[in-house]
Design a protein around this ligand. Structure first.
Ligand code: PEP
Ligand code: MG
Length: 588
């Protein structure tokens, strides 16, 4: 057995060796099984029972949608239910099982294919869109037929490495992350949400690894080297020994950082810097506490949906999750961002359909406004949570604000809902700190206006870079154009920091740039004092800050802001900081 090496782009550093588990979404199909004649009736019963389970789930979701989103939204599920009880559709599957003597999965997939093809050829946007509904319902019936999630890794006892063509965050959050040692992905980008989650769990990730799935299917063991950007499928004994060694070294270095756990994050010249944690899944709260985060600077509440999808969380579901997180940190603040669904974080139950260009579409706050029932449920839960703790413990932040009107509208809604809750006898705080994410260039340009109305701002560089440079953050083909050190991005960032300072409000950063060791000194030099990052990054950045001198960084920032290309800035920062980072064993 000879080994195979494939290269990839490093998006989350580390080394791992384990068995590969392949998740290929291009086409997951079931095998054709020929049945004995006397097994056919049982197979049809099995199919009918999967259909009944699917209908139960659809009706349950319709009911939740009706109460949370409004009747109009529940209509999507009603349309699904009509498909799931359509006699022609069901009889086609039953006949196929009987006539071809095949298993229900195979028969169903062939019938779905036929229907989907018919709908696709119709030149009517509405009807061709129904194709999605057929695929959705078909997928749900298949799910019950298989009797498990298509990627059934939950039951795996051993550590493994996921090898996938595409791994959307909705699937990533359902993985047993304590067993996942690495991701080898054919697609993805440096700040795609799957990458962000992986970083948070210290999982090494390579993206853009062409041919990974084909290699993964054949291999029994794989190495991810996310320091040098390579993978080795079926490594020989010497390679395994070498990587086991390097892995141990890496672990030893991380263990040394434990020593910084309880130290303050103050620079050499006595400037305190606040280091907070980004949390996507409640599971990460322990790591944030372990590394002594000074609160949560970004709780991505949308993962609550993605984790539970297709069920919709109720007001109490929201409330309980938020309350537990805030309780773990109180009196330190927890900034809860209202759901930022849409874009690549699709949740069909919320979106209701596909968009041609979702990243510029109904995403973030826009989606919240378009589903008032849905937004209301979350905001009521947030206001109730805030009321359980001293003022300031809960802060609410709105995603993808692109103009002042959106922020004002969100503020008004919080005030109206607080009144509504008071009317129901629930006491609420007079005001809850409300913040805007600055992640769209228009908001960065208008930051001073926003700063006059918001209680705090948080710079979301993942999107700010994507939108200002027109580079898809999750596309490996343009990953080399995704440059945090771009002069345009730095100018926008510096402008936001200044606008907040002038207005006397708090400003932080919660994009991945906030944990980039090359950028942190520059940002401190620009005047940023609050950084929020994945919990695993805190010890490293803390030890970097403790060696820092702000006066020197102010000069460096002033010089960098005069430069005109990303390359010039990157080389300048490398020249200034590479040596000190190497001393700290920080790999860039
Ligand atoms: C950002 O855009 O920088 C951000 C923190 O939000 P998200 O990564 O969830 O889009
Ligand atoms: Mg964002």
């Amino acid at each position: 057995m000879s080994s195979l090496r494939l290269k990839g782009l490093i998006v989350s550093p580390g080394i791992a060796i384990a068995e590969p588990v392949v998740h290929e979404t291009k086409h997951v199909s079931s095998p054709r099984l020929t049945l004995e004649v006397d097994a056919i009736d049982d197979e049809i019963v099995r199919f009918d029972s999967a259909v009944a389970q699917t209908r139960e789930r659809i009706q349950d979701n319709a009911q939740r949608a009706a109460t949370q989103l409004g009747e109009e939204y529940a209509a999507i599920f009603d349309a699904h239910d009509l498909i799931a009880q359509d006699p022609t559709f069901l009889d086609n599957v039953r006949s196929k099982i009987r006539d071809d003597q095949v298993n229900a999965e195979w028969a169903l997939e062939r019938v779905i294919e036929k229907y989907a093809a018919q709908f696709q050829s119709i030149e009517d946007d509405y009807l061709s869109g129904r194709r999605l509904d057929i695929l959705d319902v078909g997928g749900q019936i298949l799910h019950f037929l298989f009797g498990h999630e298509q990627l059934d890794v939950k039951s795996l006892e051993r550590p493994f490495i996921i090898v996938a063509d595409e791994l959307p965050p909705s699937i990533a959050v359902k993985l047993p992350l304590d067993k996942v040692r690495g991701f080898i992905l054919e697609s993805g980008g440096p700040t795609s949400h799957t990458t962000i989650i992986a970083r948070s769990f210290g999982i090494p990730v390579l993206v853009g690894v062409r041919g990974a799935c084909a290699a993964g299917f054949k291999a029994t063991r794989v190495i991810v080297d996310a320091f040098e950007g390579k993978t080795v499928f079926d490594p020989d004994a010497a390679e395994v020994a070498e990587y086991e060694n390097r892995h141990r070294e890496h672990e030893k270095h991380r263990a040394l950082l434990e020593a910084h756990r309880n130290l303050s994050s103050e620079t050499q010249d006595g400037v305190p810097i606040t280091l907070m944690a980004n949390v996507d899944l409640p599971l990460e709260v322990d790591a944030a506490l372990h590394w002594n985060a000074e609160g949560i600077g970004l709780y991505r509440s949308e993962f609550l949906y993605m984790e539970r999808s297709p069920s919709l969380p109720s007001e109490d579901d929201h409330f309980e999750v938020y309350r537990d997180i805030v309780r773990a940190f109180s009196p330190k603040p927890v900034i809860i961002r209202t759901f930022d669904l849409g874009g690549k974080k699709l949740a069909r139950e919320v979106m209701g359909g596909e968009e041609g260009n979702p990243v510029l579409g109904l995403r973030g706050i826009r989606l919240c406004f378009s589903k008032p029932g849905f937004f209301r449920t979350q905001l009521r839960a947030l206001i109730r949570t805030a009321a359980e703790f001293p003022p300031g413990c809960v802060k609410i932040m709105f995603p993808l604000i692109s103009c002042l009107e959106e922020f004002l509208r969100a503020r008004l809604l919080v005030e109206q809902l607080s009144e509504e809750l008071r009317g129901e006898g629930i006491s609420c705080h007079d005001s809850i700190p409300l913040g805007a994410m600055v992640e769209v260039p228009s908001s960065a340009v208008m930051a001073s206006a926003l700063a006059r109305h918001a209680d705090f701002l948080s710079i979301g560089t993942n999107d700010l870079i994507q939108y200002s440079l027109a580079v898809d953050r999750a596309n490996e083909l343009v990953a080399d154009l995704y440059r945090p050190a771009s002069p345009a991005v730095l100018k926008l960032t510096a402008g936001v920091i200044k606008a907040a300072g002038d207005a006397g409000i708090d400003v932080g950063m919660c994009g991945e740039m906030a944990s980039d060791p090359l950028m942190v000194p520059l940002l401190v030099g620009m005047g940023l004092r609050r950084f929020s990052m994945n919990p695993q990054a805190i010890p490293l950045i803390r030890s970097q800050i403790r060696r820092m001198d702000t006066t020197q960084n102010v000069e460096i920032a002033a010089r960098a802001l005069k430069m005109t290309t990303a390359r010039e800035i990157e080389e300048f920062l490398m020249e200034k900081f590479a040596l000190s980072l190497a001393r700290m064993k920080i790999q860039l």
